[in-house]
Design a protein around this ligand. Sequence first.
Ligand code: CTP
Ligand code: MG
Length: 228
Amino acid sequence: MTTTALIVAAGKGERLGGGLPKQYRLLGGKPVLRRAIEALIGHRAIDAVRVVIGPGQQDLAAAALAGLDVGRPIEGGAERADSVRAGLAQLSGDAVLVHDAARPFCPPAVIDRLLPPLEFFDGAAPVLAVGDTLARATDTLGEPVDRTGMVRVQTPQAFRLDALRAAYAAWSGDAPTDETTVARAAGLKVATVQGDTALEKITEPADFERAEQWLASRLVARTGMGFD
Ligand code: CTP
Ligand code: MG
């Protein structure tokens, strides 16, 4: 089985703010996008890595990707799903791992868990159980929602390439935020595997701070030294 990782990095990072799109922000001295790629590129089950970037991000991408074996960046679109579609159109092989550039730390064990299910399923996604109370809310708290059986769905998400392409071709709903949404709508069977808190997406400023702290604590654990 040949597997390509497709990293979608064409967003603007509006919720994080700060001007520079979050995938190009430096996290412990390296762009978030570069960390996301480096976490996947060395894995023995991944044969190639391709990156989807935004129109006008060529220079930022060239700097962030310097020296990495990822081929030519693919130009994405206005919504995440447009970027995924543009990427899928350029790939070949049997399987694809679609991954958000905004998730800089992917443990290799998650990839180990994602690929074996493709023998029996069309796709597989890492999930985490919901630990907090769930409720609807506006300004004030509304109805609680039963969290039994609810999960948070992360990336990377693994799919048989032909099945995911067909699912995207059939999708007619609003902008989906991940592949499992599109796959389920097309009737694909998607396995769940254990996710990882290291895979948390950087969305808001607090997420970026958490990622910096996590990196710093890892550095201290390994070397006994932090960084300023
Ligand atoms: N993404 C993409 N193309 C888009 C929108 C998003 O490739 N048109 C990518 C982002 O770069 C990110 C991932 O999809 O790696 C998850 O999206 P999100 O967290 O929403 O990132 P942004 O869209 O950049 O952030 P925001 O929604 O806050 O603007
Ligand atoms: Mg977005």
